[in-house]
Design a protein around this ligand. Structure first.
Ligand code: NFS
Length: 645
């Protein structure tokens, strides 16, 4: 079978063939078994929030136009969308809460400067910071402290609209309350409430998570590493960390370097202990420790199919419940560690932040034990592994962008004004079996850098670029337009900057704030020549991120579209009318070219409004080879049934 329609990554294709040989089921098989998707559900027109239903609205206008309570298509779509936003905000923000609790529990702080700076910002002594941060979650009134970082113009828009974010718990609870049967019946009021909850994530829960993690584990610096399944080592114990919170994974990295555990591994016949990551945990330990990345979201099962993973330890979010059944084809152990996320078929270890080092050592020991049961004859590790540079943040970018002599954002702003950089775009988000893995990320990132757009990335999108070599400084020579190439060459950075995990999208907001503060390319986030994109979105967190970007004044291309097509009112508000209120808006594109062209046109419009030099589009020639797959052969499965195989 040809797997081009499932993934454009050759390593993924190799493992999909292994899955087929073994008869092992992957997410793509389960996705195909779901076809055809429920048409009402796809349009957002199915309502199951009360027990008079489930109700569904006939999109052709022939049968029911309202649910049993009288809710019409627009209200049903808005309620479903708002509930997704509440769940996404809750997930990110609960992650933030857990790292605040780790700080409160006395976890060692490796970056006291960051801790002191945060304490000063929150107006408390360093010892009181954790309690003050924890209070942000339940803050009943008044703005969140980190939301005060937003430029005055943006905050004024929020005030006028009544969406200045309060405590995170309050916003999520209020949004869920208003979506309950028989409460908020105005779809637009619901969408504004959803923006408020999303802002409490972006400028609250996520921002707090990033801040505390940088205080606890250190602020990242530029670091070299490698990505893709080829980072697995045939002769070493392979321990994969997967999920989101770095509290345990940082400890596992440290434990894997303990001499007694290394000796244990040697006794078991291994040459060492190799810790690598999947999803955002990968990004966390990459950014701070330079640990290798085994893959993004759709690699989680494929990594197990190599037969070379001895143990996969997971915490929460984006973890497929199917992992133990894939692991059961081999000797691989799956271990869960969160009291909030148990998986039948996996072993469970309680993570107590007071004893996380001992827990980490126990997990490494179990990985070594599992290694001794590995069958070398069944190991098949794809060769693909790619060099990368990661570790950029809003705090260290002035130094990297400005070079040794002009540290600050001024050189980057000058490059934007002169047109060497057309604009700055954050490309973020997941993988989904609806779209050939990585095809949209790579097509978009390559097209943008070829047009002199500086790209910043997080999450699984950053990992897609890493695997394809776009995070190497050399990528500027190979793929970037002449202006961006000149900038990258002058200071030695890649044209695509990896700024972390998905909660670290807060770093992108902070970069935008710094650009406004520096002056010269807009006095509000909405005036900057910037945009955001989630080209292979899958999770509710991605919907929330997209919405807080829009609420923060940022043009955001989002694919596949969330389930809003059933309401012309919701779609028009999110794609058009919201711009008058927040300065940002969505583009729900059906084709990747539409998303890229929409972003480029938006950047050009912003440049024109700022009276910056116009930048005619260069002719974009997609590169050949593996690279060409990213722009050519890959299919968009979001709108159609998969081809018969
Ligand atoms: Ni983000 Fe990170 Fe990946 Fe999507 Fe999941 S790992 S928090 S949600 S799938 S980018």
């Amino acid at each position: 079978m040809n797997f081009d329609h499932r993934s454009i990554d050759p390593a993924a294709q190799e493992m999909l063939a292994v899955a087929q040989d073994l008869g092992a089921q992957t997410t793509w098989d389960r996705f195909d078994a779901m076809q055809p998707h429920c048409g009402f559900g796809e349009l957002g027109l199915c309502c199951d929030i009360c027990y008079m239903g489930p109700c569904r609205i006939d999109p052709f206008g022939e049968r029911a136009q309202v649910g049993a309570c009288g809710a019409d298509a627009h209200l049903i779509v808005a309620r479903n969308f708002a509930r997704a936003v509440a769940a996404g905000a809750a997930a990110h923000s609960d992650h933030g809460r857990e790292v605040v609790e780790a700080l409160a529990s006395g976890f060692a702080v490796s970056n006291p400067d960051k801790l002191n700076a945060l304490a000063a910002e929150y107006g408390v002594a360093p010892g009181e910071l954790a309690a003050r941060m924890a209070s942000q979650f339940g803050l009943q009134n008044g703005p969140l402290v980190p939301a005060l970082r937003a430029p005055p113009g943006q905050r004024a828009r929020w005030e006028k609209l009544g969406i200045t974010p309060r405590g995170i718990d309050r916003e999520v609870v209020e949004l869920l309350h208003r979506t309950h049967q028989g409460v908020e019946a105005d779809p637009l009021a619901l969408l504004r409430a959803a923006m408020r909850a999303a802002l409490a994530d972006g400028w609250g829960g996520s921002m707090i998570a990033t801040d505390v993690q940088d205080a606890l584990f250190g602020g990242p610096q530029a670091v070299r590493s490698r990505a893709n399944l080829g980072v697995l080592e045939e002769k070493q114990v392979n321990l994969l960390v997967h999920g989101h919170e770095p509290v345990l994974s940082e400890m596992i990295v440290a434990a894997s370097r303990d001499p007694d555990l290394a000796a244990l591994a040697r006794q078991a016949g291994a040459e060492g202990i190799n810790v690598a990551g999947i999803c955002c945990t990968a990004n966390e330990i990459l950014m701070r420790q330079g640990m290798p990345v085994a893959g993004n979201n759709l690699h989680q099962e494929l990594a197990l199919l190599t037969g070379a993973v001895d143990l996969m330890v997971v915490d929460l979010q984006c973890i497929m419940p199917a992992l133990p059944s894939v692991a059961a084809c081999f000797h691989t152990k799956v271990v869960t560690t969160s009291a909030k996320a148990h998986i039948p078929g996996a072993e469970s270890v309680d993570l107590d932040p007071h004893h996380s080092r001992q827990t980490a050592r126990e997990i490494v020991r179990r990985a070594v034990e599992a290694f001794s049961r590995r069958d070398p004859a069944r190991v098949r590790i794809p060769r693909e592994r790619m060099d990368l540079v990661a570790g950029f943040t809003n705090e260290n970018l002035p130094q990297y962008l400005g070079g040794r002599f002009r540290s600050g954002y001024r050189p980057a702003i000058d490059a934007v004004i002169a047109g060497r950089i057309r604009g700055i775009v954050g490309v973020v988000g997941c993988n989904t079996p609806r779209i050939a893995q990585d095809s949209h990320h790579l097509a978009m990132v390559r097209a943008l850098i070829a047009q002199d757009v500086l790209v910043v990335q997080t999450g699984c999108s950053a990992i897609a670029s890493a695997k394809a070599g776009l995070l190497r400084p050399e990528a500027a020579l190979e793929f970037a337009g002449p202006g961006l190439r000149e900038v990258c060459e002058a200071v030695g950075i890649p044209p695509v900057l990896h700024v972390g995990s998905c909660v670290d999208n807060s770093r992108i907001l902070s970069v935008c704030c710094a650009l406004v503060a520096e002056g010269g390319i807009g006095e509000d986030l909405a005036e900057l020549p910037i945009a955001a994109a989630a080209p292979e979105a899958m999770s509710e967190k991605a919907v929330t991120i997209g919405l807080y970007a829009v609420a923060s004044g940022i043009f955001t291309a989002f694919m596949p579209p969330p389930r809003i097509a059933g309401s012309s009112v919701v779609r028009k508000y999110l794609e058009e009318d919201v711009e008058k209120e927040t300065g940002g808006k969505f583009l729900f594109a059906n084709h990747i070219d539409e998303a890229v062209n929409g972003i480029l046109a938006h950047l050009e419009a912003k440049r024109k409004a700022l009276k910056l030099a116009p930048r005619p589009l260069a002719t974009y020639v997609p590169p050949v080879g593996f690279a060409a797959l990213g722009c050519g052969k890959a299919q968009d499965r979001s709108q159609s049934r998969p081809p018969e195989e």
